[in-house]
Design a protein around this ligand. Structure first.
Ligand code: DAT
Ligand code: MG
Length: 151
């Protein structure tokens, strides 16, 4: 559906590397609709909830330290098949396995500094959007270019 949503986040390394604008540009120029955006240094409780599925793994604590080490740019994007297309635009979890032309494939080298996050399913997207944004932070606006993006 055209109103499918995903949660995309530029991680602290992405902010430091100056790729916030590029990440926005990639989703924007593709034709997706930005409906929420904020910069936030996430408290540990938020990160524990966001990464709950990884609790107990060896990279879990370093991951929370890394993501909590500085501000992130959190976004909600909307459009047809945005969850799966968004994951393709990000590239593989390990940047070494990401194709050039993807965000991680263009900017990353190691998994523990992979620049961006994107929801892995519609269920995860809903959970993550609810975790990071209040309902009143999600914007309703007419995307007037839509008639040129969809047939
Ligand atoms: P993704 O972010 O592609 O959904 P994931 O959910 O498996 O990947 O893992 C979440 C994040 O945790 C990932 O972006 C980077 C970190 N991570 C995952 N596996 C790792 C590993 N083997 N070593 C270091 N960091 C890892
Ligand atoms: Mg994941």
């Amino acid at each position: 559906a055209k109103n499918e949503r995903t949660f995309i986040m530029v991680k602290p390394d992405g902010v430091q590397r100056g790729v916030v604008g590029d990440v926005l540009h990639r989703f924007e120029r593709r034709g997706y609709k930005l409906v929420a955006l904020k910069m936030i240094q996430a408290p540990k409780v938020l990160l524990e909830s966001h990464y709950a599925e990884h609790k107990g793994k060896k990279f879990y604590e370093p991951l929370l330290t890394y993501i909590g080490s500085g501000p992130v740019v959190a976004m909600v994007w909307e459009g047809l098949n945005i969850v799966s297309v968004g994951r393709k635009m990000l590239g593989a979890t390990d940047p070494a396995k990401s194709e050039p032309g993807t965000i991680r494939g263009d900017y990353g080298i190691v998994t523990g500094r992979n620049i961006v996050h994107g929801s892995d399913s519609e269920t995860s997207a809903q959970r993550e959007i609810d975790l990071w944004f209040r309902p009143d932070e999600i914007n309703q606006w007419p995307h007037t270019a839509e008639k040129w993006i969809y047939e």
